[in-house]
Design a protein around this ligand. Structure first.
Ligand code: PLP
Length: 400
């Protein structure tokens, strides 16, 4: 089988601006004119291709970006949203009605966990939290009212790799949907290629890569995207988390450098993980042969993009983690900040930040240690120097 190459697919896109500009023109109108009255009604009914009605529904700049993301994933269609959470919540609310049931990985992004655990109660949507690596327990959790299995391709912050092909077999067998958040691994993993029905992204992270905006995307079939944007009952249309077209146009430009950035993030993270492991620091990275899902990740990944920019180090206690993080910031390893996919290295203590929505007992149960620091490794040109700095701090703190 020829390997899937998302970067070349994006590179082949030919979008021109109104005056022959090399970038598509930015259309910042909220509403659109029609020459004929009938056309407006047909557009409302969703029967007019290529006609724009109102920017909350579709606008040309968002369409360019959505088409590019769908091309990257090789899904029929996509819709872009004002945040990653909007993508996740709209897609789930489109799939599930009151009385339905969701099976989800217990380790997910904190906001997703809070939505699944606390918010869906309002709609009496039931959720079962499972260890996504235990395929028997995943299948055993399926009920007659289950609509979807939800997971992250590489989970936050424990970097567990989901076996998407096996999960897809389970969802196909039970005629339910598999939805995958691929925020950590764009280009590296292509969930739709591996059998996922719906792929969601926080584009805030690697895809945009500049930490200058919040955005998301939902990829799926034409039918699903039409349902989401239907004027009568589409969740995305009616809840209205539309992305600003000025932002779409800037994200689209950044998408064209994503492959180079992903390679560099991966190369730097691989180097740091190997070196830190050598000096005895407890580091978790899917690119390490000792990582429990290393083999699985290797089997399902697209070649040439590496194992991603995310790694985690267990510093034992929150107190120790805070000391190390402050020192790393002072000595210019990167910034003590949440979020990821930035050109500078970012680090935060997961249990007390991005996973603080997960109650302590569940954190313990899933192995999220209080001193776990998640790193989003940056695009450092001299990663050796970065390593030497971290090594010196670890020695000072008696960690290696
Ligand atoms: C950040 C993040 C989200 C939420 O995205 P926003 O753009 O902040 O709304 C969802 N999933 C994962 C894995 C994330 O890292």
């Amino acid at each position: 089988m020829e390997s899937f190459d998302p970067a070349s697919r994006i590179q082949k896109l030919r979008h021109f601006g109104e005056f022959g500009g090399v970038n598509p023109s930015i259309t910042d109108s909220s509403t659109y004119t029609f020459l004929h009255g009938e056309d407006m009604f047909e557009t409302f009914l969703g029967h007019m291709e290529g006609c724009f009605l109102y920017s909350r529904h579709w606008n040309p700049s968002n369409k360019y970006l959505a088409d590019a993301i769908a091309t990257m994933e090789d899904t029929e269609s996509a819709w872009v949203t004002a945040s990653g959470m909007a993508a996740i919540t709209c897609a789930l609310l489109q799939l599930c009605n009151t009385g339905d049931h969701i099976v989800t990985s217990v380790t997910t992004y904190g906001g997703t966990f809070a939505f699944l655990r606390n918010y869906l109660k309002k709609f009496q949507i039931e959720v079962s939290f499972v260890n996504i690596s235990n395929l028997e327990s995943v299948e055993a959790a399926i009920q007659p009212n289950t609509k979807v299995i939800y997971t992250e391709s590489v989970t936050n912050p424990l970097l567990q790799v989901s076996n998407i092909p096996e999960l897809a077999k389970i969802t196909k067998k039970h005629q339910i949907k598999l939805m995958v958040d691929n925020t950590f691994t764009p280009m590296i993993l292509s969930p739709a290629q591996l059998g996922a029905d719906i792929v969601v992204y926080s584009m805030t992270k690697f895809i945009n890569g500049k930490n200058d905006c919040v955005a998301g995307a939902i990829c799926g079939t034409n039918q699903f995207i039409h349902e989401l944007s239907n004027v009568n009952d589409g969740t995305a249309m009616l809840l209205g988390p539309v992305l600003d077209p000025l932002r779409s146009s800037s994200i689209l430009k950044n998408l064209h450098t994503l492959h180079i950035r992903m390679r560099q993030h991966s190369m730097n993270a691989q180097y740091l993980a190997e070196k830190l492991q050598e000096i005895g620091v407890p580091v978790n990275y899917p690119g390490l042969k000792t990582h429990r899902d290393h083999k699985l990740h290797t089997e399902i990944m697209n070649i040439d993009y590496g194992y991603g920019g995310m790694l985690a180090i267990d510093f034992g206690t929150v107190k120790k983690a805070n000391i190390v993080m402050q020192k790393m910031q002072d000595r210019d390893v990167g910034y003590l900040a949440v979020s990821l996919g930035y050109f500078k290295t970012l680090f935060s203590c997961s249990g007390t930040s991005t996973s603080s929505e997960v109650p302590e007992d569940i954190q313990k149960e899933i192995g999220l240690s209080e001193g776990l620091v998640r790193f989003s490794v940056g695009l450092d040109n001299d990663i050796k120097e970065t390593f030497e700095t971290i090594k010196a701090i670890c020695m000072e703190e008696g960690l290696s």
